[in-house]
Design a protein around this ligand. Sequence first.
Ligand code: FMN
Length: 316
Amino acid sequence: MIWNELPKHFTALAPMEGVTDSVFRAVIEKAGRPDLFFTEFTNVSSFASEKGRHDALDRLTVTETDAPIIAQIWGKNPEHFALLASKLEELGFSGLDLNMGCPDRHVNKAGGGAAMIKTPELASECIKKARENTNLPVSVKTRLGFSFIDEYKTWLPFLLNHHLAALTVHLRTRKEMSKVEAHYELIPEILKMRDEISPETKLIINGDIRDKKHVEELAKKYPEIDGFMIGRGVFGNPFCFTDHTPTNEELINLFLYHLDLYDEKAKKARYPFEPLKHFYKVYINSFDGASDLRVKLMECKTTDELRKVLADFQNA
Ligand SMILES: Cc1cc2nc3c(=O)[nH]c(=O)nc-3n(C[C@H](O)[C@H](O)[C@H](O)COP(=O)(O)O)c2cc1C
């Protein structure tokens, strides 16, 4: 069972839609991997439909460097949770995680993500159906509540009563989105709930964790936390799971590696160029000339054009 094999105070790369696909995970693996990867979330009803299955399976590609990796899934149809749960072991996953925290309006309108906080009976049914249909450990990632912080006092015990393998708490409400600081002050109370209700559940904390050093600080302050999940920290520093401070050259080399992986994937499947632009800032950041360089990169339409702009910059 993967959750018992991880080191004390393990790190995880947060599931991030449009970011943590197989290509970006391989980039992070090269820079310095976390103990655990998560996929971006996959909709269970897409997988259940003929039309959506291909795309769903593409999101659920596990590569050689991914393991151990958890598949994150979302939706509101318990039977569809059952169906997708039954396939994940053969796809190479070590566990599955139900998303009950996504604040996206479309996702919530469809009854998924953070909307589950408002439909606990349905959330319970989805956990049950997923569990009945897989040998893999089932976990949940959620927020403190939908509208009010105090909701955590009932919502987290409710989830813990399912004796999940792991529970990730993004320390904000849905309403707070990512606009306020994560509520680290609630960690002792949440640990107490975990210890009283389900001591076997691994507790993972998420929200505003920057890097390995920050993880070590938090682990010192709250040693009973099992895991630390970093999301946007990778945008500021893709080497955030290591002690290493990368040079500009290392960042550009990592960017070139990303481009090679992009090309490899684009040869095999439809893999649009436009979303690649979101990553430029990850590599070309905070050095003299970075913003001018990004402007030039933004004008490029192919990976070869990007490589040429980067080579010109490096040779200047
Ligand atoms: C671009 C983006 C996409 C995200 N997609 C997902 C997702 O698919 N599933 C999920 O559970 N959370 C998703 N999140 C939320 C993150 O996993 C994480 O909970 C949040 O960013 C807070 O952590 P951080 O402060 O370390 O970034 C996403 C966040 C971002 C910024």
